[in-house]
Design a protein around this ligand. Sequence first.
Ligand code: MLT
Length: 272
Amino acid sequence: MEQTLALPHGTLAWDDVGPRQSGLVVVLVHGFPHDRGLWSAQVAAHASVFPESRLLLPDLPGFGRSTPLTTPSMDGYADAIAAMLDAAGVTTAVIGGLSMGGYVALAFWRRHAHRVRALMLMDTRAPGDSDEARAKRRDMIATVTRDGAGAIVPGLLSQQLGPTTRSSNPALMAQVEVLLRRAPAIGVIGAATAMMDRVDSTPTLETITVPTLVLVGEEDTLTPVTDAVVLSSAIRGSRLVTVAAAGHLSPLEQPKVVNAAIAEFLDVSGLF
Ligand code: MLT
């Protein structure tokens, strides 16, 4: 299931799930500071919900088993995904991403639009960082440099999971804590720097010509429903789905609802 590729900067690792001969390839790009483990609920449901598709789940450079880029950037992450598609023998795919993964999906669209069959933008936003957000990133980088990546885990855990999950799903809290705790400091610092420097993707939205799903947890405070509405109103013909009782990590917090939304989107877009 795990595949790897040697790139000039080091190794890129991903999971390849489902039939190799499938005509429908779906790439799911994790958020910050996760790895492909973010998609465990989609992998678990693959055989029943997306049986005819092939899922490719990369560890972005610097996370999981992928080597950090020398100079991390959303464009660099997008190009790593293009290299993964080449290595997997895939020409075009549905590109989905959560939060930072959504920033990468939009960069992928700018750089490799001809390879995109559809986009799935989950719990994410288009604009670049405000001055205030950049200042918070600098503080985070200083904390991780001084105290290690574990120091930011408690804050992320409460920000990323919605109140419903926090009050009623201790097992998922524990699972997400494990995910957050294995993020390496070098990956965290690299991705925080790359997000701080990312371009505003707002002008990109009107260039999108493929079917697009915009999905957001109703309890997401990091990239709230208002951000999703802005995304969806600017992308022609896009489909907006809000997920009740989910925060920023909706694919893990409400997997059945999110899996059904993805399957329905792929179906109505004529991709299955
Ligand atoms: C994420 O989940 O990837 C982050 O919330 C994105 C960000 O910090 O902008």
